[in-house]
Design a protein around this ligand. Structure first.
Ligand code: F6R
Length: 260
C-alpha cells in the first residue's frame, strides 16, 4: 500500500483530492464511496473548491455511503444522509444529484433488508471505483467493529462502546444520544472497490494506523484487511502517523511511484 504522512490534514486532503481527480480523469462518471465523520472534511472541501472552479463534478456519478445509523430521525443533523447532502449534494457543492446519493435506509423496520438493498445498489451500479475511508480509533472501517468477520457484505452492526464514546462529540457529548446500531458496508463490500483512499488524523488514530499498515491481519483490527487490497492509499497527518515504524520505506515507495 502507499502511505504518506503529511504535516496537516489540509495537506493530506489536497493530496487525496489529487488521487481522486486522477481516477475521475480516467473515468469521469466514476462511482464514489463516501465516508462521513470529521476525517473526510478537508477532502470534501477540495472537491467543492474544484467544482466551483469548473475543474471537477460529481454530476455524472453515483455516491454510496459507507454506513448509516439505524433509527436516527429523518431530519436529524447527524443522520449520514443529511451530513452527505450538506457536504456534497447540489450545484453549489460538488454537482452530485440527490437521487444519485445512496445511503442505507436506517428508517425502515427491516434493517437487514435495507442492508441487502444497499449492497445490491452498489452491484447494480457496477461497483464503487474509489472508496473514501476514515478509520476508527479501534481500527474499524465503515462501522465494521473489532471482533467480527473480515468478509461480510453490507449488514447490520452493533456500534462498539469505543465508537459510541468517540462519536458522542457529534451528539452533544452525550453517549446516551448516540445510536447503538448501524448499517455498514461490510469489509467484503469495501474490498471490492477499485481504489481505497483512507485518511486518518489525530493522535487517537495512531495505533489503528500502525496496526492497519504493520499489524497482522486480524478481525481484532478490521482495517488490517486493506493489506490484501491491490490499490490502497493511506494519508495521515503527523499525529496519526506517529506510531508507524517503516516510514522511510513508505517515503521511498511514494517517491518511486509519484516522483515527489
Ligand atoms: C463513517 C465511517 C467511520 C469513520 C470513523 C472515523 O462513515 O465509516 O469508519 O470514518 O469512525 O470517524 P471520524 O472521521 O469522525 O474520526
Amino acid at each position: 500500500m502507499h502511505i504518506r504522512v503529511f504535516d496537516t490534514p489540509e495537506l493530506a486532503g489536497a493530496a487525496a483530492a489529487k488521487i481522486l481527480f486522477s481516477v475521475f480523469d480516467q473515468k469521469p462518471d466514476a462511482n464514489l464511496g463516501v465516508a462521513t465523520g470529521s476525517t473526510p472534511e478537508p477532502l470534501y472541501a477540495q472537491l467543492r473548491e474544484a467544482h466551483a472552479g469548473g475543474k471537477f463534478t460529481l454530476a455524472n456519478s453515483k455516491a454510496f455511503a459507507l454506513d448509516e445509523y439505524v433509527g436516527i430521525p429523518e431530519d436529524h443533523y447527524e443522520r449520514y444522509r443529511n451530513v452527505l447532502r450538506r457536504e456534497l449534494v447540489g450545484e453549489d457543492k460538488t454537482g452530485l444529484k440527490d437521487e444519485n446519493l445512496f445511503t442505507p435506509n436506517g428508517l425502515i423496520s427491516d434493517s437487514h433488508a435495507a442492508a441487502a438493498a444497499h449492497d445490491q445498489a452498489i452491484k447494480d451500479a457496477g461497483g464503487v471505483d474509489l472508496q473514501i475511508l476514515g478509520i476508527g480509533s479501534n481500527g474499524h472501517i465503515g462501522f465494521n467493529e473489532p471482533g467480527g468477520w473480515l468478509v461480510p457484505r453490507t449488514h447490520v452492526e452493533p456500534l462498539s462502546a469505543q465508537t459510541i464514546r468517540d462519536n458522542a462529540r457529534f451528539f452533544d457529548g452525550d453517549i446516551s444520544k448516540v445510536p447503538t446500531t448501524c448499517i455498514s458496508q461490510g469489509l467484503g463490500t469495501i474490498m471490492e472497490a477499485g481504489v481505497l483512499l483512507l485518511l486518518a488524523f489525530g493522535e487517537n488514530k495512531a495505533e489503528a494506523v500502525a496496526q492497519l499498515a504493520e499489524g497482522p491481519i486480524s478481525a481484532k483490527w478490521p482495517a488490517t484487511i486493506v493489506q490484501m487490497h491491490p490499490e490502497v492509499y493511506v494519508l495521515t497527518d503527523t499525529a496519526a502517523g506517529s506510531k508507524l515504524e517503516l516510514t522511510e520505506m513508505y517515503e521511498e515507495r511514494w517517491k518511486l511511484a509519484f516522483g515527489e
